[in-house]
Design a protein around this ligand. Structure first.
Ligand SMILES: *[C@@H]1O[C@H](CO)[C@@H](O)[C@H](O)[C@H]1NC(C)=O
Ligand SMILES: *[C@@H]1O[C@H](CO)[C@@H](O)[C@H](O)[C@H]1NC(C)=O
Ligand SMILES: *[C@@H]1O[C@H](CO)[C@@H](O)[C@H](O)[C@H]1NC(C)=O
Ligand SMILES: *[C@@H]1O[C@H](CO)[C@@H](O)[C@H](O)[C@H]1NC(C)=O
Ligand SMILES: *[C@@H]1O[C@H](CO)[C@@H](O)[C@H](O)[C@H]1NC(C)=O
Ligand SMILES: *[C@@H]1O[C@H](CO)[C@@H](O)[C@H](O)[C@H]1NC(C)=O
Ligand SMILES: *[C@@H]1O[C@H](CO)[C@@H](O)[C@H](O)[C@H]1NC(C)=O
Ligand SMILES: *[C@@H]1O[C@H](CO)[C@@H](O)[C@H](O)[C@H]1NC(C)=O
Ligand SMILES: *[C@@H]1O[C@H](CO)[C@@H](O)[C@H](O)[C@H]1NC(C)=O
Length: 391
């Protein structure tokens, strides 16, 4: 299923672009230069770690060294041998590790990024990951990391981007991410997180939230916070409930809202039309009833609108089909009974569309009269609250 985000997760280019800005925000701590032998820690050092006698590392890189060695010990499969050079004290030379000057003392380097995308590693995240406290980016997309996220992640106070997508993380929604003060980009998609999405997630200062393709079950919070998010992707979870009118709280920032296949019921609230920056709205494969809120005709930036595979009724309003930048409008597999004005001929406007399997007279591939009549006899009252509008 296509998820159209304009943000390409795991893009190292992005990481390099945002670095100069991030560096200014890196947590303020002194970096002392000492030798690695001065470090006392309780982890068993393995003999294969070659430590040149005069290897000079600041204590931040020393902690990173401990973290990477601990991590390497719990990586059980590395089919492409990417971590084979995770040896010795020069952590900045390790594959997938990116160092940057420490802001308060630009003479020293700290580990600012990890990018292991598509390495196919199997293992888990050790508690020692909390020692990498200067990290701004973690990209672990497409590996086989499993287990739960260590609580020590909360130590990563500079973490800006966390991409754990396409792994095998399990357990409840990892609330440790809520404690990361600098986090802007959260990508947990394609894992096996389950249960409730904490409503606190919507009070965080996040720009993009991807939680699609997990086993999350909670309803969307009745009171969306004011997360300044531009992208929310919740597809393929079992949320249930209705899209709350408080979605309007995200109006000043939200550009993409993807709620595909999330078991959402009830009518679309008029407030969807308050999300004036929306470019992509996809609520397909749900149990939405009732009409298209006319307010959608006010979404001037809308490019992609997908209402397909619901139980919506009524008229497809001309105002929506007239939207200047609309390029793809899918409303197939509903019970719409009329296409108003230009909606009858979207081809003439160069808009990709799909209106199959509705109740549209004179259009090909529509539902049977029997199917359409059955729905006609149970009008939907959207003025009732969410639970009442359900059948
Ligand atoms: C690091 O720099 C920041 C901002 O310049 C400052 O607020 C902070 O106190 C400094 N930290 C230390 C440990 O010197
Ligand atoms: C990885 O390293 C192991 C042992 O060092 C070796 O047997 C294997 O061929 C290497 N695999 C690749 C893909 O280089
Ligand atoms: C890091 O690796 C580069 C080449 O891969 C090498 O030239 C350099 O000496 C290494 N630095 C250290 C400190 O090992
Ligand atoms: C958190 O980071 C600090 C350094 O910034 C380090 O001293 C401490 O051990 C870390 N705590 C954990 C739990 O990793
Ligand atoms: C919807 O999501 C469920 C899991 O929640 C999945 O099993 C099903 O295949 C998805 N349906 C579609 C049409 O993608
Ligand atoms: C429509 O798209 C064009 C080209 O991408 C863009 O320049 C313009 O600002 C868009 N208009 C609106 C209202 O979003
Ligand atoms: C239009 O949207 C539908 C539904 O999301 C998608 O299947 C189709 O590929 C899109 N068409 C184009 C040309 O992007
Ligand atoms: C739709 O509009 C196009 C171009 O304006 C025209 O050629 C076509 O006949 C129209 N189709 C219908 C069904 O009216
Ligand atoms: C929902 O509607 C029922 C019956 O109409 C009513 O008793 C209930 O108070 C309403 N709940 C809310 C939250 O409006």
């Amino acid at each position: 299923m296509a998820l159209y985000s304009s943000i390409s997760p795991g893009a190292l280019v992005l990481m390099l672009l945002i670095f100069p800005a991030l560096i200014n925000n890196l947590a303020a701590k002194h970096g002392h230069t000492t030798t690695i032998y001065h470090h006392h820690h309780h982890h068993q050092q393995h003999h294969h770690n070659r430590l040149p006698e005069k290897a000079v590392l600041n204590n931040r890189l020393q902690r990173a060294y401990i973290a990477f060695q601990a991590w390497k010990r719990v990586i059980y499969s590395d089919p492409k041998n990417f971590t084979s050079n995770w040896d010795g004290p020069n952590v900045c030379n390790y594959s997938g590790v990116y160092c940057a000057p420490y802001p308060n003392n630009t003479k020293i380097q700290v580990v600012a990024g990890i990018d292991l995308n598509h390495w196919d590693l199997a293992g888990f995240l050790p508690d020692e990951i909390g020692l990498l406290s200067d990290l701004a980016l973690i990209h672990l997309n497409s590996n086989r990391f499993c287990g739960i996220l260590p609580q020590s992640l909360s130590n990563l106070t500079s973490l800006y981007e966390l991409d754990l997508s396409n792994n095998r993380f399990v357990g409840p929604f990892p609330s440790v991410v809520l404690s990361l003060p600098s986090l802007k980009y959260l990508d947990l998609r394609y894992n096996e997180f389950e249960g409730k999405v904490p409503s606190e997630l919507f009070n965080k200062n996040l720009d993009a939230i991807f939680v699609n393709n997990n086993h999350l079950t909670s309803v969307l919070p009745p009171n969306f916070g004011t997360a300044p998010a531009s992208v929310l992707v919740f597809a393929n979870n079992k949320f249930g409930g209705c899209l709350p009118p408080s979605i309007a709280n995200l109006a000043n920032t939200l550009e993409e809202l993807l709620l595909i296949n999330t078991s959402i019921k009830g009518c679309l609230p008029q407030e969807v039309g308050f999300l004036y920056k929306l470019k992509v709205l996809d609520v397909s494969y749900n149990k939405i009833v009732g009409p298209i809120p006319y307010s959608i005709a006010g979404l001037a930036h809308l490019e992609v609108l997908n209402l397909g595979h619901n139980m919506m009724t009524g008229v497809v309003p001309d105002g929506v089909c007239c939207l200047p930048n609309l390029s793809n409008f899918t409303f197939s597999y509903n019970y719409f009974c009329e296409e108003e004005g230009i909606c009858r001929n979207l081809t003439s406007k160069g808009i990709m569309f799909d209106d199959r399997r509705n109740c549209l007279p004179d259009k090909p591939q529509q539902r049977s009269k029997k199917e359409c009549d059955a729905v006609d006899q149970h009008p939907v009252d959207c003025s009732q609250n969410c639970s009442d509008s359900l059948h």
